[in-house]
Design a protein around this ligand. Sequence first.
Ligand code: 9UX
Length: 71
Amino acid sequence: MSDTATFTVSGMTCGHCVASVEEEVSEIPGVQSVEVDLESGRLVVVAPHPVDPALVRAAVDEAGYTLHDAE
Ligand code: 9UX
């Protein structure tokens, strides 16, 4: 079993931005996979249990971008 959470990230403009977000979010304990789509800003986080959105927000902040709830 796993939980998938989807968010939107704003401020990314290049592949390095995407890599930074993926790296930071991947460091959240328990996270199994992270996918970021540059064009849409879609961030998909998969973990065994729901990840605290505050942790995702902090990780995205750390990378230098802004997290929004998925639309
Ligand atoms: Mo380069 Mo992407 O500064 O922000 S990593 S455009």
